[in-house]
Design a protein around this ligand. Structure first.
Ligand code: ZN
Ligand code: ZN
Length: 259
């Protein structure tokens, strides 16, 4: 059973480094401190999918050599999660000029339809992007994955977290862009192989978990391994990794796991 994960981006909405800021040369020298906007890529025996389409999608796909995407899942419609959608035109072309299945709740889908109205409303023209929309309103199946969505607090917007099960195995809990993970999402993820959690920065934030909140949630879930993501430039990967508990790591762009 194959379940391969690649972290496409581990950064917050502005990416790291941010525009117009100065950093110590030691910070910039570490590739793990260069964070594109947060997204992951999952490959199983039956399906290749991507969560969110960041403004960095093209760079991420070229960097990781991604040649196939069968579906896109959206957590919510903040710009750092949707603005690379048009670059998925290549995956339509590669997939015999088929529309690309995209999965989102109705609120996010409405926003996608507004932003990319040309693509939703037009007939499919080879070479251009064409979505095939599916509304998430409960548990759903793509390929060999059973996916359970969970509503999350995320400022005025809200977001979805996803639990991925393959066979009878809980493979991945992806709970990003959230101020809090609900008790039902925590309980559902019990025994999961890998959890990926929003841990924006050490200090408090109104719509994201800070480091303490993420570590508490990591402990409550008790995954075999937890990756912290959506990271700001408050974190220096190597310096701050020393202060993390066992089995909790900072994600970084290009990190891979074969679960
Ligand atoms: Zn975000
Ligand atoms: Zn967000």
């Amino acid at each position: 059973m194959k379940f391969n994960l690649t972290v496409l981006g581990s950064g917050t909405s502005q990416g790291v480094p941010i525009i117009g800021a100065d950093y110590p040369s030691s910070f910039l020298a570490n590739p793990k401190n260069h964070r594109t906007r947060s997204s992951i890529y999952i490959e199983t025996d039956e399906i290749c999918l991507i969560i969110d389409t960041t403004p960095d999608l093209r760079t991420q796909a070229l960097r990781e050599g991604i040649k196939q995407v069968d579906a896109v899942l959206f957590t919510h419609s903040h710009a750092d999660h949707i603005m690379g959608l048009d670059d998925c035109r290549r995956f339509c072309a590669i997939n015999n000029h088929q529309p690309l299945p995209i999965y989102a709740d109705s609120k996010t889908m409405n926003d996608l339809e507004r932003v990319y109205s040309y693509a939703f409303k037009s007939k499919y023209t080879p070479g251009y992007f064409k979505p095939n929309p599916y509304i998430i309103d409960g548990e759903f199946v793509i390929g060999d994955l059973k996916i359970t969505p969970f509503e999350q607090e995320h400022g005025n917007m809200g977001s979805l977290g996803f639990l991925f099960e393959q066979g009878n195995k809980k493979q991945l809990a992806y709970y990003n862009d959230c101020k809090k993970v609900s008790l039902s999402a925590i309980n559902a993820a019990e025994g999961v192989e890998l959890a990926i959690l929003d841990a924006l920065r050490p200090t408090e934030h109104y719509s994201h978990m800070n480091l303490d909140e993420a570590l508490t949630t990591a402990y409550e879930i008790g995954a075999k391994e937890t990756l912290l993501t959506h990271l700001t430039d408050f974190y220096d990967h190597d310096r701050d990794s020393n202060n993390l508990p066992n089995k909790v790591l900072f994600a970084y762009d290009g990190l891979r796991r074969n679960i």
